[in-house]
Design a protein around this ligand. Sequence first.
Ligand SMILES: Nc1nc2c(ncn2[C@@H]2O[C@H](COP(=O)(O)OP(=O)(O)OP(=O)(O)O)[C@@H](O)[C@H]2O)c(=O)[nH]1
Ligand SMILES: [Mg+2]
Length: 113
Amino acid sequence: MLIDSAGRMQTNRNLMDEMKKIKRVAKPDLTLLVIDAVVGQDAVNQARAFAEAVGFDGVILTKLDTDARGGAVITVAEEVGKPIYYLGVGQGMDDLMPFDPVWYANRIVPSPE
Ligand SMILES: Nc1nc2c(ncn2[C@@H]2O[C@H](COP(=O)(O)OP(=O)(O)OP(=O)(O)O)[C@@H](O)[C@H]2O)c(=O)[nH]1
Ligand SMILES: [Mg+2]
């Protein structure tokens, strides 16, 4: 079963408390934080706040089909120490791809070929 919470700002204390309760009650096997690549470096603040308040096992990074490169997840991976599970590359059902580090590295720093 997949539980999709409504989105929330990490600065909204009531909604973060609600998220803690969802996790406490639902006892999920896996908790994924969805980060929109368009938010830039704020991804790091989001991840820190969610790690502290709720805890998560990994990240889905969306909107890599846009101009955003999502480089902040490198800081997230280093600081919070959680893997990236999927990359969002479009608006369709099939546009979640399993994280491929080589594809992602090329997306950030394009190789000559
Ligand atoms: N281009 C592109 N659009 C995306 C991607 N992921 C989501 N979107 C679009 O972004 C918009 C918001 O996506 P949602 O999945 O509703 O975002 P959300 O974070 O669940 O939003 P709330 O539930 O309202 O907090 C929709 O129009 C999606 O189609 C992506 O990887 N690429
Ligand atoms: Mg949603």
